[in-house]
Design a protein around this ligand. Sequence first.
Ligand SMILES: [Zn+2]
Length: 85
Amino acid sequence: MLILKCAACKKKLWRYDKIGQGELMRCHKARIDKVYGLEENNGKICCCCGRAVGIDKGSYYQMIRKAFTSSGSKRNSAEKNKRHR
Ligand SMILES: [Zn+2]
């Protein structure tokens, strides 16, 4: 799981099940595991401090690269059953 944080205020945004080792460009809504705090504003996904961190594209959020930081681990698709909580 990856924990996404706002780059501006460091608040947690959501926890995301990232598959694959690539860079985080999109967050699929179905794989958002837990939401800590976010606001939707005209199709943008914002931290509660007001900073936009992504754009709502329907089934996923297109992430704004410099607006967030992430920590935690990504997983390979082969490790589907090894979910750490
Ligand atoms: Zn913030």
